[in-house]
Design a protein around this ligand. Structure first.
Ligand code: NDP
Length: 306
């Protein structure tokens, strides 16, 4: 099959997703005379984090969501950051709160996340929301796994009975991804840096999801014929442009696209795969938070569990 037919186009998926979402923010504005509102807290000047925040704010604006940016110095104390969160928790006009990770090492990420009100926790990282997801009664589902799940559901229609292997066990990606797939009756294996015979596990996957953070680690020796591959990894590689001799940076995934594309049935590219869907799902969670804030039902096109 031609390679372009194998691509799971995250950009296209996200555009369609946002098109379905937009009427819900318009409707919210009509009913409550204000837009759904997302507060984004950025600590420090990490380039990647600043880019992510800009993208989130831009997408919010385009989709009828007001955003409030709280930008703090990298030396901000944990106490001052917590006070910002308490203010946003109490602000009735703020529906969702997101703290861009990673935080500087003098601040406990866990403590910060635990203090975001669970009803405003649009990242889905608060223990209440994390627990609810694992109990099969989700409230806010972490955006990256939700985006991956949405694309998988659309590509495969039926997930039941599939062997899913996830590389990476982070709270942001691997664990919630496993919960979502399990709730769709996949048989799920979570692998990590201590897994023995990683390739053998991966070779059994009908669905292979990589969230490792090692550039192009997953090659053809990890992939079963006709597997569906979701590459969550975003890795910045420095290289020297052979024509201009300038130092440049490019984004690559965890998967060596060229080596696996002939074997895989479908694959997400990097960039243009999981990234755009992550942001679209953040918009979804924010609008959902806004409706819940107003004690309104959220007419959810994803189905009642989302
Ligand atoms: P973490 O660093 O939190 O987790 C990485 C996981 O990979 C860990 O569980 C680790 O194992 C495992 N791992 C590391 N080395 C190996 C190895 N050699 N073999 C098998 N497993 C290994 O990362 P995140 O989950 O936060 O992110 C993973 C990647 O996804 C990154 O590139 C990140 O930039 C990207 N990302 C992309 C998003 C998007 O929107 N597209 C959103 C979030 C993340 P152990 O637990 O044993 O240490």
């Amino acid at each position: 099959m031609e390679h372009f037919k194998k691509i799971i186009d995250g950009k296209k998926y996200s555009e369609e997703f946002l098109q379905k979402l937009h009427p819900l923010s318009t409707e919210f504005f009509k009913n409550f005379n204000r837009k759904p509102c997302l507060a984004v807290i950025l600590v420090g000047d990490n380039t990647a984090s600043s880019i992510y925040v800009k993208n989130k704010v831009r997408t919010a604006k385009k989709n009828g969501i007001r955003s409030v940016e709280v930008i703090l110095s990298r030396n901000v104390s944990e106490e001052d950051l917590l006070n910002e969160i308490f203010k946003l928790n109490d602000d009735q006009n703020v529906d969702g709160i997101l703290v861009q990770l990673p935080l500087p090492i003098h601040i406990s990420e866990r403590k910060i996340i635990n203090n975001i009100s669970p009803i405003k926790d649009v990242d889905g990282f608060h223990p209440t929301n994390f627990g609810k997801l694992f109990l099969g009664d989700p409230n806010f589902i972490p955006c990256t796994p939700l985006g991956c799940f949405y694309m998988l559901k659309n590509e495969l229609k039926v997930l039941s009975g599939k062997n899913a292997v996830i590389i990476g066990r982070s709270n942001i990606v691997g664990k919630p991804m496993a919960s979502l797939l399990l709730s769709s009756n996949c048989s799920v294996t979570i692998t990590h840096s201590k897994t023995e015979n990683l390739r053998e596990h991966c070779k059994k996957a009908d669905i292979l999801i990589s969230a490792v953070g090692i550039p192009e680690m997953v090659d053809d020796t990890y992939v079963k014929q006709d597997a569906i591959i979701i590459d969550v990894g975003i890795n910045r590689l420095q290289f020297v442009n052979s024509e201009t001799k300038a130092n440049e940076t490019k984004l690559v995934g965890d998967v060596n696209f060229k080596k696996v594309v002939d074997i895989a049935k479908k694959i997400t590219p990097v960039p243009g795969g999981v990234g755009p869907m992550t942001i679209a799902c953040l918009m979804h969670n924010t609008i959902k938070a806004a409706y819940k804030n107003k004690k309104e039902n959220f007419a959810n096109f994803l189905g009642e569990n989302f």
